[in-house]
Write a protein that binds this ligand. Structure first.
Ligand SMILES: C[S@@+](CC[C@H](N)C(=O)[O-])C[C@H]1O[C@@H](n2cnc3c(N)ncnc32)[C@H](O)[C@@H]1O
Length: 341
């Protein structure tokens, strides 16, 4: 029988009360990013009337809103003047080394609303954000949305990329293709960390211009090749290793096996599939992972996070030998390696 790790120790009345309005804390952060509070205060401290004027906000809610951000630890207040707290300055100001604003915006504009329909989803088992097999193709019909989503993916995989470069043994591999590799952030890290590697990204064709932009920014044009196509319809390029990162969790088990079979067909003899996702602990799944699983489930047709043993079953069905599973030291992801039989 599996048990679930309690996130905050035993629940009590105060805990239940807090949970009833915990969404409000998320919304404070979402709105602060949406109106541009952290971006503005990156230029220096400001008092409430200045913030109001610069961000074109109404006087009614702003003082309590700003003080609530102070109470949350996102801002600091000195007299009447507000400034970014260190964590906000580090990850909520565009242009920094790590920028989580894209994730916050995605939570604000998409995930928050789908979570509002969790009760319906529990009753009908359906996604609540216009998922379906063509969800990515629909998203990519708008170039501005495409760019915003792909930049958001950089933040999603930014912590994974260096750990993937360090955890997997890339020494015997000449080339790899990151299938569903977004605009190539992970592939760029891998070729930079292991200069003997030639990298590829296989993605829906609409991703290419934003991929080209990133490669030019990193000085890697020509080091990573873009392959446009649909991974369920078009053949994948022959290669020594295929990366599938944050991809399998978007699909049902049957679709995962189908995709892994296509990966096996493309790999050179003895080639490796390298899978990373926020995998669920077999016996004591963490709250964060369970929330991640429900989150992806609410926006995809059959997706959800999975355990290493489920991944192993898919690999074996698709003609791979399970080699190993290694949790990354930081964050919540695990990397699984399978070798083509
Ligand atoms: C959740 S993102 C993961 C991106 C990246 N691997 C990462 O770790 O952040 C899934 C990616 O799969 C791509 N994708 C979805 N359906 C696809 C298809 N049928 N063919 C090719 N790529 C697809 C999407 O464009 C998207 O970039």
């Amino acid at each position: 029988m599996s048990e679930t790790v309690r996130a905050n120790g035993p629940m009590d009345t105060a805990g239940v009360m807090r949970l009833t309005t915990a969404y409000a804390e998320s919304r404070l952060l979402h709105s602060a990013v949406e109106v541009g509070v952290f971006e503005l205060l990156a230029n220096g401290p400001a008092v409430e009337p200045e913030i109001r004027r610069e961000l074109s906000l109404h006087a009614r809610f702003l003082p309590h809103f700003l003080d609530a951000l102070v109470a949350l630890g996102l801002l600091e207040k000195d007299g009447e003047s507000y400034r970014n707290a260190p964590a906000a300055a580090q990850v909520l100001v565009p242009g920094g080394e790590v920028f989580l604003g894209g994730r916050v915006r995605a939570a604000a504009t998409k995930h928050y609303h789908t979570w509002g329909r969790l009760t319906d989803a529990l009753r009908d088992g359906e996604a609540k954000a216009g998922g379906g097999p063509n969800a990515f193709k629909r998203l990519y019909s708008d170039p501005a949305q495409t760019r915003a989503f792909l930049i958001h993916m950089d933040a999603n995989n930014g912590q994974v990329a260096p750990q993937l470069a360090a955890t997997v043994d890339w020494s015997g591999i000449r080339d790899f293709v990151d299938v569903g590799g977004a605009r190539g952030n992970v592939a760029a890290h891998l070729v930079a960390a292991h200069p003997h590697l030639h990298g590829g990204v296989f993605e829906l064709p609409a991703v290419e211009p934003v991929f080209d932009e990133l490669m030019a920014e990193r000085g890697l044009t020509g080091k990573v090749t873009f392959h446009g196509g649909d991974f369920f319809a078009d053949p994948l390029p022959a290669t020594d290793a295929i990366v599938l990162g944050h991809v399998l969790h978007d699909w049902s088990g049957d679709r995962c096996v189908e995709l892994l079979e296509r990966v096996r067909d493309a790999l050179n003899p003895g080639g490796a599939v390298v899978i990373y996702d926020q995998m669920l602990d077999e016996t004591a799944p963490a709250l964060r992972s369970l929330i991640g699983s429900l989150n992806v489930g609410l926006i995809t047709e059959g997706g959800g996070e999975y355990t290493v043993s489920r991944c192993r079953t898919w690999l074996e069905k698709a003609g791979f030998r399970f080699a190993k599973a290694t949790p990354f030291p930081q964050g919540n992801d695990t990397v699984v390696v399978g070798i083509k039989n």
